[in-house]
Design a protein around this ligand. Structure first.
Ligand code: IPM
Ligand code: MG
Length: 341
């Protein structure tokens, strides 16, 4: 039976990288794709970034593949105007996707594209485990003429489940990142992570790192990290930083998972409105996100590895899109990867 995938191409370069990703998937199995307007495209069509109908379709699917949302057209500081990002946040919350996995494994062929020296990047193989449905992103927000506030809240249960995810990845070191010297939520975070570790995963090495120090170590000694376990906002920031270890944020995929139901798979990069429509977007993070969908969403491990090897092979053969300092377009990049599948 065909796997039912809801595709959300979204905005900017979204549609340009989604189409080739579907070509890659079609080369590997039997899929039934159902596209829905999402983000800015959905605001234009329906007045909201995520309609009830789209959310319902996602719930019914085997997996959700998303490209990117947002763009200057919908940028606003008006708290009452719809914003594309609300679609993404609504989807994460609506599907219960509390665990965001962002693997960072720089490929040898791209060592030269990283702003760090090759000897720093050598052997880096880390994964950011970001809590995705709590914290300051989802706390109540206020706005008055004189000020504004965003509340950061975490429950014990929310911290326990993301900690279990991180420890269950089977790596030998987990670095839990917080700001326990300042924030009450971070002190709770540290306490709960420490207890889950002691009770269930004491064979794994656990360390606690303050977020500012983690940001520094990510560039001074990235090879130190195995799993970076952290809350929503810190994970957002650190994962963009970690992405640059690979040479370009255009290389980083992500998987967002709940306890049951479909997962959401998307590149970490945004909709890149500045290059949209020119055929130069790097589709590799999208392909690698499709690979994560195959592995984590559809239990198609061999096919997932095939996509990852094809991407690596294409880069080894010299493929470089503009973000990696080359001039290959989206189509050429796609062909080079498809040739190796
Ligand atoms: C990400 C993005 C989103 C986030 C934005 C687009 C809301 O930056 O997935 O990292 O902050 O989570
Ligand atoms: Mg981000």
């Amino acid at each position: 039976m065909a796997h039912r995938i809801v595709t959300l191409s979204g905005d900017g370069i979204g549609p340009e990288i989604m189409a080739p990703a579907l070509e890659v998937l079609n080369a590997l199995g039997d899929f039934q794709f159902e596209e829905h307007a999402f983000g800015g495209a959905s605001i234009d069509a329906h007045g909201t970034a995520l309609t009830d109908e789209t959310l319902a379709a996602c719930r019914q699917a085997d997996a959700v593949l998303l490209a990117a949302v947002g763009g200057p057209k919908w940028d606003t500081t008006d708290p009452h105007a719809p914003r594309p990002e609300q679609g993404l946040l609504g989807l994460r919350k609506g599907l219960g996707l509390y665990a965001n996995l962002r693997p960072v494994r720089p490929l040898r062929a791209l060592y030269g594209a990283s702003p760090l020296r090759p000897e720093r990047i050598e052997g880096v193989d880390l994964i950011v485990v970001r809590e995705l449905t709590g914290g300051i992103y989802f706390g109540s927000k206020t706005r008055t003429p004189d000020g504004a506030s965003d509340l950061c809240e975490y429950s014990v249960a929310e911290i326990e489940r993301i900690a279990r995810r991180a420890f269950s990845l089977g790596r030998n070191r987990v670095s839990s990142v917080d700001k326990a010297n300042v924030l009450e939520t971070s002190r709770l975070w540290r306490e709960v992570v420490t207890r889950v570790h002691a009770e269930e995963f004491s064979e794994i090495e656990l360390e606690h790192v303050l977020v500012d120090n983690a940001a520094m170590q990510l560039v001074s000694a990235p090879g130190h990290f195995g799993v970076i376990l952290t809350e929503n906002m810190f994970g957002d920031i650190l994962s963009d930083e970690a992405a640059m270890l690979t040479g370009s944020i255009g290389m980083l995929p992500s998987a967002s998972l709940g306890d049951a139901g479909p997962g959401l798979f998307e590149p970490v990069h945004g909709s890149a409105p500045d290059i949209a429509g020119r055929g130069v977007a790097n589709p590799l993070a999208m392909f690698l996100s499709a690979a994560l969908m195959l592995r984590h969403g559809l239990a198609m491990n061999a096919e997932a590895s095939a996509v990852e090897s094809a991407v690596e092979g294409a880069l080894d053969a010299g493929l470089r899109t503009p973000d990696l300092g080359g001039d290959a377009g989206t189509e050429q990049a796609t062909r080079l990867v498809l040739d190796r599948l």
